[in-house]
Design a protein around this ligand. Structure first.
Ligand SMILES: [Zn+2]
Length: 321
């Protein structure tokens, strides 16, 4: 298994959203990558600037952060050529993408689709978001650190500058070599660019401390929350579904639901459903983990508070009438 550690630089509409091409909000202008082998040793590198064909002028923010001139870009090869070489460079061996953050894998596919370039990155596409893995190892798993800060904390020598695509891939690879990767290698990220379209394609993943489900696309929240596959709450340990009426309640913040059940063998099980927008509707991401007595109590209190709030609101609207 190879690791394709990569980073992209992209440009956006210099004239703002009003002049944006909705099929290509972010146009890739550079690809940088480092190939690591199974033992995380560097075996190859890839670095090339891309000539933009959608946005010819650089967005002002790009000019500030990326030392690439419009002239340099105009001399580069087009995305179709560079991307085909990049896919060839990735090779036929089994691989996983590794990125710092969760945007690059999506934007790479969006650009490939725009130019109708074929690719097979696996279905579902699972990859490593090293920024997340770093947080799981060193913090709460939710915080996100800038790459340069992680490089500083890990005392990695800064022998090349930052902010070109290759530089960021280079340092991301260094971070990957330095951290206790084996301890977090189970925590794969799921790409949401190509979502499941059928029930059969829906994604179930088991992590050491939780399970994750990604639904197919539904027309709306109501349709999703009426689907038994979405609202299933199974114990993450024994996989036994726990049947109970009214498992889920809306938290008040849009599209977030909490659920609580009890597995007869392993105790409390808590779930969270997040509805996310997708072309043609919405899809659900459900995470489930075991919960402590205190967790369960907190969820019950939250449910009661919300129910009380609903009752008060209903009384108020009735009084108005
Ligand atoms: Zn159980």
């Amino acid at each position: 298994m190879n690791y394709i550690v990569f980073d992209l630089e992209w440009n956006q509409s210099p004239g703002g959203k009003a002049h944006e091409n909705p099929r290509m909000p972010f146009e890739i202008i550079e690809i940088g990558a480092v190939k690591l082998n199974d033992r995380r040793r560097k075996v190859d590198t890839f670095s090339e600037v891309v000539r933009p064909l959608v946005y010819h002028k650089l967005h002002f923010r790009m000019k500030e952060v990326v030392p690439l001139s419009e002239e340099e870009l105009s001399r580069a090869r087009t995305f179709s050529r560079v991307a085909r070489d990049f896919i060839k460079w990735i090779g036929d061996e089994e691989f996983r993408f590794v990125t710092w953050g969760n945007l690059d894998v999506m934007e790479l596919q969006r650009n490939l689709d725009y130019y109708r370039i074929g690719y097979d990155f696996g279905k579902p596409l699972l990859y490593y978001d090293l920024q997340k893995l770093y947080s799981i190892l060193n913090d709460d798993g939710k915080s996100r650190l800038a790459l340069e800060d992680a490089v500083d904390i890990l005392k990695i020598e800064k022998d090349i500058p930052f902010h070109r695509a290759y530089d960021d891939a280079y340092y991301t690879a260094k971070v990957m070599q330095k951290i206790d990767f084996k301890a977090v290698r189970d925590y794969l990220s799921v790409d949401y660019y190509h979502l499941p379209q059928t029930r059969e394609e829906e994604i179930n993943l088991d992590f050491p401390t939780y399970s994750k489900f990604v639904s197919r696309v539904f027309p709306d929240k109501v349709a999703a929350m009426n689907d038994k596959g979405v609202t299933l709450l199974a114990c993450p340990k024994c996989k036994m579904p726990v049947w109970r009426k009214q498992k889920w309640f809306s938290t008040g913040s849009s599209g977030v639901y909490l659920g609580l059940v009890k597995c007869p063998r392993h105790g409390y099980v808590k779930g969270k459903i997040r509805m996310k927008p997708a072309p043609g509707g919405e899809f659900a991401v459900r995470t489930v983990k075991l919960a402590s007595e205190e967790d369960a109590q907190r969820i019950r209190e939250r449910r009661e508070q919300l129910q009380e709030k609903h009752r008060r609101e209903r009384r108020r609207t009735k009084a108005k009438k």
